[in-house]
Design a protein around this ligand. Structure first.
Ligand code: OXD
Length: 309
């Protein structure tokens, strides 16, 4: 079995070491040193150059180095029939949940306000709001969104989720489809976006969506920068309709220095670290698929190219 490793942002030496702990004789080629292109069975990729994966005539599997696959599907010259799998890893999901809980709690408990009070040298106590009256809305109820919703619900928040098709998750109110979006937004004080980025969801956090949230709502985006229309979010923050935004993802990344998000007083930003792929745990679903590929068994965590996730 020969695997191509193609990522400029991940350490090939570390990945080769963890992959070989599980499959000692795995033939790993680190791009661009591919050797004979006909040898390669699978490619483990993050942000590959468009058209590159067409160069491997015997490729049977494309593996994303993360949970998201928009970086793969954005390639207009992707081989048409090669299956694509993403990482489903409790470690990766856990990081997303931790970040979502931190960002929701920070707004819920007014910690953003206390940070300002400290800068102003002000000693002032604010009431502690009731979590069960705080509407938290999770946009996207897949593997990661579902986990975020359930942990937030365990903290006592009034949690709902919105997804393309209805979901049945314990304690979570499910809204679905175009018709479900406005009622979902109307009861959401803190919005957490965990959607996959697809042609349908690109720019979903726009002026119309923001206007449908109650005045004083907060926005947290840990999905992709392409979900947000930046100018619309800044206008909603400036008008006071949206009280604050926590953003971990941007378009493009790194966020250019001159972008107004950097210095906006109501924006908290982090450099796409809500979760990070940890090779020690993320290697397991990759190994599972490589073993299945070798044995001719059905693959897991496959992406539906039509829906984009
Ligand atoms: C991912 C990411 O998709 O880190 O895993 O953004």
């Amino acid at each position: 079995m020969a695997l191509l490793f193609l990522s400029k942002g991940d350490d090939p030496v570390r990945w080769a070491a963890v992959l070989r702990q599980h499959i000692p004789d795995l033939d790993i080629r680190v791009w661009p040193e591919t050797g004979d292109v006909g040898d390669l069975d699978a490619a483990l990729v993050w942000n590959h150059p468009p058209g590159e994966l067409r160069r491997y005539p015997n490729l049977r599997l494309i593996l994303s180095l993360g949970a998201g696959v928009n970086h793969v599907l954005d390639d207009p010259d992707l081989p048409a029939t090669v299956p694509i799998a993403r990482i489903v890893d409790p470690g990766l999901t856990g990081g997303m949940v931790e970040y979502a809980v931190w960002a929701v709690m920070r707004y819920h408990r007014n910690l953003d306000v206390y940070e300002r009070f400290q800068r102003e040298g002000k000693w002032k106590k604010l009431p502690i709001p009731d979590a069960s009256r705080r509407g938290v809305g999770v946009l996207g109820l897949g593997e990661i969104g579902g986990a975020c919703a359930q942990v937030l619900s365990a903290f006592g928040f009034w949690v709902a989720g919105w997804s393309r098709t209805p979901k049945n998750l314990d304690g979570i109110v499910s809204y679905a489809g175009d018709g479900g979006l406005k009622p979902f937004l109307a009861r959401t004080d803190i919005l957490v976006c965990v959607l996959p980025l697809t042609p349908d969801t690109r720019g979903i956090i726009n002026a119309e969506l923001l206007a449908a949230l109650p005045k004083g709502a907060f926005v947290i985006n840990i999905a992709r920068g392409g979900h947000v229309v930046d100018g619309d979010l800044i206008a909603a923050l400036d008008s006071g309709h949206i009280a604050g935004a926590t953003l971990d993802v941007f378009q493009p990344e790194p966020l250019p220095q001159e972008h107004p998000f950097w210095r906006h007083p109501k924006v908290t930003l982090t450099p796409h670290i809500a979760s990070l792929t940890n090779p020690d745990t993320a290697v397991l679903p990759i190994i599972e698929n490589l073993r299945r590929l070798a044995a001719g068994r059905p693959l897991v965590h496959l992406v539906d190219r039509k829906s984009g996730y």
